[in-house]
Ligand binder design. Sequence first.
Ligand SMILES: Cc1cc2nc3c(=O)[nH]c(=O)nc-3n(C[C@H](O)[C@H](O)[C@H](O)COP(=O)(O)OP(=O)(O)OC[C@H]3O[C@@H](n4cnc5c(N)ncnc54)[C@H](O)[C@@H]3O)c2cc1C
Length: 470
Amino acid sequence: MSTYNKLTPKLIEELRTIVGAGSVLVEDEKIEAYSHDETNAEEYGHMPDAVVLPQSAEQVSKVVKLANRELIPITPRGAGSGLSGGAIPEHGGIVISLEKMNRLLELDKANMVAVVEAGMVTNDLANAVQDEGLFFAGYPMSLQTCVIGGNIAENAGGGKAVKYGVTGRYVLGLEVVTPEGEIVELGGKLTKDVTGYDLKSVIVGSEGTLGIVTKAIIKLIGYPAARADLLVLFKTPKEAIDLVPVILSRGITPVSIEFMDRSCVITTCKYLNESLPYENAGAMLLIELDGTNPDQIEEDLIETGKLCESSGALNVYVAEDKNNMERIWNVRRNIAEAFKVYSPIQSLEDIVVPISHIPDMIPHLETLGKKYNVTIPCYGHAGDGNLHATLVKNPDSSMEEWHKNEKACLTELYAITASFGGKISGEHGIGIKRRGFLKDILAPGELHLMQALKKAWDPNNIMNPGKIFV
Ligand SMILES: Cc1cc2nc3c(=O)[nH]c(=O)nc-3n(C[C@H](O)[C@H](O)[C@H](O)COP(=O)(O)OP(=O)(O)OC[C@H]3O[C@@H](n4cnc5c(N)ncnc54)[C@H](O)[C@@H]3O)c2cc1C
């Protein structure tokens, strides 16, 4: 356990000299917003001593050098949309928010890359490149709020991972400020590069514990203008999931194959006053196809529809116009919010299992729900095995019972996940929320290598301490 020093008035003055007086926040009302992310603020929130808003990698470097010299913890921050507590300054100290470093520095069409500052809102990048007929495919569903640096630090996934993969696939190069304050360039505008260790891939998904990303070289692809969505109803979750390999083995790779169990569809339709035809369905799949050739999408759509029907689907609905696509995606996007109306206390989970084991997980969720007096709606990315099986507190139970049951239920849930070859986070990260479980899921050798890496990069343990590891 490291011990840290407090930020003194003299050091705050030094920070002001580095980034400018207006870019150092110390007043409670200004720094409160940086004390939490999208996890439960009451449970995980913690105030920083100061928030700095640098405008260049050189300023980030100077702030980090100061913190390393004085043993003051640093928490890098993007938009604070994280779901594992990664951007929370648990030990106080300095939050470095990249919000002022939000520019698209270069759109290099000849090399199909964008060079961006880490604080650029993901959706702004997506829109800027779309205007040029290009596509950044590696983004999460929170793209309107989150920023590129946060996506890289979490190796964010999202609804498009089946076809396009996750953020890391699109990171060709990074500028990073190390925990000792050096500015390093990793990778570059290169499609192939085996010149030594692939250090940029070590930074991807490192949750801000190994350095601060200040700039990224992002790979772009052609914009897939043609699109079609299918909403497919099944009697059972097993029938729904069994369809996934059937489609993929036909050479059709949907952008996404999203799964919702019956309770998700009913609760969310009620919340949105929506009327999807779910009456007899025990599960639903939302399948999205896209491409650059409309005729090919039409063919894939017909073939996918036939495969659904021959796999026992109760109904197959096709949404080819934007309005209907939006209606069904709106249901998928609002599941978490809908359950908050039922009970605002939740633990949003992110387990990932090999796709074939999704149906094996479903009965366990029902059993765990009954055993621990919680509701566990199940939805997520069926096409990549990532399930947001969320523990929702029963409104009649006490907070004391909830806290006791939450921990016991998660311990059992994670053990079951591991027994099917799964892991405890597919895209939201470990952060504070899941760090206590890491030793149960990783083999000691793997955990030891991760800790050794952290020690080598950050000998004073000032860079986002307490995240990932206990
Ligand atoms: C409604 C909603 C939907 C979501 N959907 C998805 C989804 O589909 N897929 C998914 O993967 N996630 C999803 N998320 C979670 C979250 O949006 C992602 O993890 C996102 O990538 C976090 O980005 P951020 O900018 O908000 O990062 P923050 O929350 O600010 O930070 C996240 C982590 O990254 C670190 N970090 C931030 N910036 C940097 C930097 N420049 N250098 C180094 N470390 C840094 C922080 O220290 C922290 O550990 C969702 C969240 C919400 C609220």
